[in-house]
Design a protein around this ligand. Structure first.
Ligand code: T4K
Length: 415
């Protein structure tokens, strides 16, 4: 018997067999530090009666993040999306901003929310980040900036992007939601562009329940952002700027401080799982894992694989259905690409024609579970399951088709 426990194709859960995992394995299960430490901090917050508005924990958290990244300013926020919106506004972006479509929709929404047009640029097929060679062709007189996304913790081609931006007098921001703890040429993400935006959402390897931050080395920009995230207040009754409420609360910061004590442990677990996946999938034709550059610092938080249907014999979606049936809740981050989501789909119906690499990757990517909720043995079993599925694609495919036909007929009959 193999590690996934499938002797015949009928043993696959999608074809009626037992599930590989007793409990669902999610992508994005939170890593949670020491419960007692967290609860102790929450108790102290309650004792102090200072729950938000730049309390002790938020101040300490901002200091820890800035020190860890070697960046001058960290402004903690309630989430990454609001942090993006505020950074965009503070950097003075308007008109059109060039962004990849291959990102979580929050990157595009943070622009559109402020009536700034996201102009979708294609990605480099190897790195998955914005292709700097395509940026210049998208610049118009209305363009004010570029937002690169450090996809799955892989930093963008920052040098090239920033050279183009300087030439055309554009601002550069980075959506670093995936890249806390990652470096490029030894420099920590957080130190590139005018500012970078982090997310500490529950599903990120390092979380503050909900949370985010803008990090920057620009004193003036930091000052503006601090004002903007607190309604523009500069002391009691004195509003000197337009602002909103982007503040991180004390309990979120307490979670962040608690998780800081486990940061290297979380990264080690992710790296261990990454190695197990990389080794387990090594000889599978048609399934390629997105590699991490291990000479750089990385958080290893996303296990992204690309499925080439012509070689696997099974489509990406069929593989996801097979995994889901086994309680391995793989995801399609980022399907179908922002340009195929509303309102962008209606606004730019033909955007896809300029985004061949985005369309290709969006149709192929499978995100697999990792983090402290996933044991090495489970990773090995998942790899073995994929190996089994690919090795028996010829037998599985007709049975899946038959199953789909029966389901279609049943649906039509209202059964
Ligand atoms: N930019 C980029 C590039 C981003 O990826 C994101 C967020 C942002 C900006 C915006 O940052 P935030 O404003 O979110 O701070 C999830 C996250 O909600 C989102 O934060 C993240 N990116 C995105 C990649 O993934 P969904 O809609 O896929 O989440 P959901 O609810 O399906 O959760 C994923 C899985 O995680 C669940 O199946 C189960 C597990 N889970 C989730 C939560 C919330 C848990 O086990 N426990 C939990 O508490 O977007």
């Amino acid at each position: 018997m193999n590690l996934c426990g499938k002797a015949v194709v009928g043993d696959l859960a999608i074809l009626g067999g037992a599930k590989l995992m007793a409990e669902p394995l999610h992508v994005g299960r939170p890593n949670i530090g020491n419960h007692k430490d967290f609860l102790g901090r929450v108790e102290a917050i309650l004792e102090r009666g200072w729950l938000t508005n730049r309390g002790q924990c938020v101040q300490e958290f901002e200091k820890r993040v800035a020190e860890y990244l070697g960046v001058k300013h960290c402004i903690a926020m309630c989430n990454g999306t609001v942090a993006l919106e505020i950074a965009i506004r503070a950097a003075g972006l308007k008109g059109e901003v060039i962004v990849p479509s291959f990102t979580f929709v929050a990157t595009a929404h943070a622009l559109q929310w402020q009536e700034i047009t996201p102009v979708f640029c294609d990605i480099d097929p190897v790195t998955g980040t914005i292709d700097p060679d395509q940026i210049e062709a998208m610049i118009t007189p209305r363009t004010t900036g570029i937002i690169g996304v450090h996809l799955w913790g892989r930093p963008c081609a920052t040098e090239k992007i920033e050279r183009i931006a300087a030439k055309h007098k554009l601002e550069v921001l980075y959506d670093a939601a995936h890249a806390f703890g990652c470096s490029q040429r030894g420099k920590m993400v957080g130190n590139f562009g005018a500012a970078e935006v982090l997310s500490f959402h529950a599903t990120k390897f390092f979380n503050t329940l909900e949370g985010g931050a803008v990090v920057t080395n620009d004193d003036g920009l930091a000052e503006k952002i601090r004002l903007m995230k607190n309604f523009g207040f500069s002391g009691y009754d004195n509003v000197i700027y337009i602002g909103t409420n982007g503040k991180m609360n004390e309990v979120s910061a307490a979670m962040g401080l608690t998780n800081f004590a486990h940061l290297s442990e979380f990264i080690e677990i992710n790296q261990r799982n990454y190695h197990a996946y990389r080794d387990g999938l090594a000889d599978l034709h048609g399934l390629a894992i997105f590699p991490y550059d291990e000479s750089e610092k990385s958080n290893y938080q996303y296990i992204a694989i690309e499925a080439d249907e012509r070689r696997t014999g099974l489509s990406r979606d069929a593989l996801i259905d097979i995994l889901h049936a086994e309680n391995v809740l793989a995801r399609r981050y980022f399907f179908p690409g922002c340009h195929r989501m509303q309102p962008y789909k209606a606004l730019f119906p033909h955007a896809g024609l300029l985004l061949p690499n985005t369309e290709r990757l969006a149709a192929r990517v499978i995100m697999l579970p990792t983090g402290s909720a996933v044991a090495t043995g489970q990773v090995e079993a998942i790899c073995d399951l994929l190996k089994y599925a690919l090795g028996h694609a010829d037998e599985i495919l007709p049975r899946l088709r038959h199953r789909a036909t029966v389901a279609g007929i049943a649906a039509k009959m209202g059964v």
